[in-house]
Ligand binder design. Structure first.
Ligand code: PEP
Length: 242
């Protein structure tokens, strides 16, 4: 049995106002005492409000600098000040919507580490790349360019999220997920880094995905917004620890 850290991680994206605090509280109540790390990537406006709930809180982006003339941006230091311990970097929606390159993500990762945040570095191939059979070439290039020297299990988590599986209800087969995670692990500077799977994880498929040898939990979008959906996913991960 490995002792890599196991994460039930949610990504609320641009969802959540004070009205959603009840969902967060329900998630936190169940997370207490679990042997896995429950983490939610919150909109920046909610991070401070989630203080004291007892779950790990992530920002969804940070700037490469800790302060300065960057209107509308948020720094890693600010995320820590608000109560975050983690930050999601290089999500495919940011790579697409904000033209983020792997080189920029590496600079953001260094900024996160400098502020003592754990970086959740996202990688994933498009549907076209998947169909062309070049998934591992794409992922290898993303890992090499997005992950600076110095990644350790204490400061970094990898999230493998096939873009075509995000929010679509589609997922690779469990065989594909396992073989890609194993291949990613072989590319990492430290084999003990946690690798999360993301892309249409839901209560009905979480157990099968989390049971895979090289999957250390999930990064969950839509199904993390409601406690009734996310709690069974947390429990599915906890179930793999027994
Ligand atoms: C995500 O955006 O990180 C994600 C995995 O979304 P979903 O679970 O909704 O596919």
């Amino acid at each position: 049995m490995d002792n890599r850290k196991k994460y039930a991680a949610g990504n609320w994206k641009m969802n959540g106002t004070s009205a959603a605090m009840g969902e967060l509280t329900q998630i936190a109540d169940v997370a207490a005492g679990m042997g896995v790390i429950t983490m939610i990537g919150l909109p920046a406006t909610m991070i401070d409000r989630a203080r004291g709930l007892g779950i790990a809180i992530a920002g969804q982006d940070c700037h490469t600098h800790q302060n300065g003339a960057h209107t509308g941006d948020i720094s890693a230091n600010m995320l820590v000040d608000a109560g975050a311990t983690h930050v999601i970097l290089g999500h495919s929606e940011r790579r697409t919507d904000h033209a983020e390159t792997s080189e920029l993500i590496a600079a953001k990762t260094r900024a996160a580490w400098a502020a003592d945040l754990v970086a959740i570095v996202c990688i994933g191939e498009s549907e076209e790349q998947y169909r062309a059979g070049i998934t591992m070439d794409v992922l290898r290039a993303q890992i090499n360019a997005s992950l600076p020297d110095g990644a350790t299990p204490e400061n970094t988590v990898i999230a493998y999220e096939p873009i075509w599986a995000i929010g679509t209800g589609l997922t690779p087969t469990t065989e594909e997920i396992q073989s890609i995670h194993a291949a990613i692990r072989a590319e990492l500077p430290d084999a003990m880094l946690s690798i999360l799977y993301g892309g249409s994880v839901k209560p009905s498929n979480a157990s099968d995905i989390f049971a895979l040898e090289d999957v250390d939990g999930g990064l969950v979008g839509g199904a993390s917004l409601k406690a009734d959906d996310f709690i069974p996913i947390m429990k599915a991960l906890e179930g793999t620890m027994k």
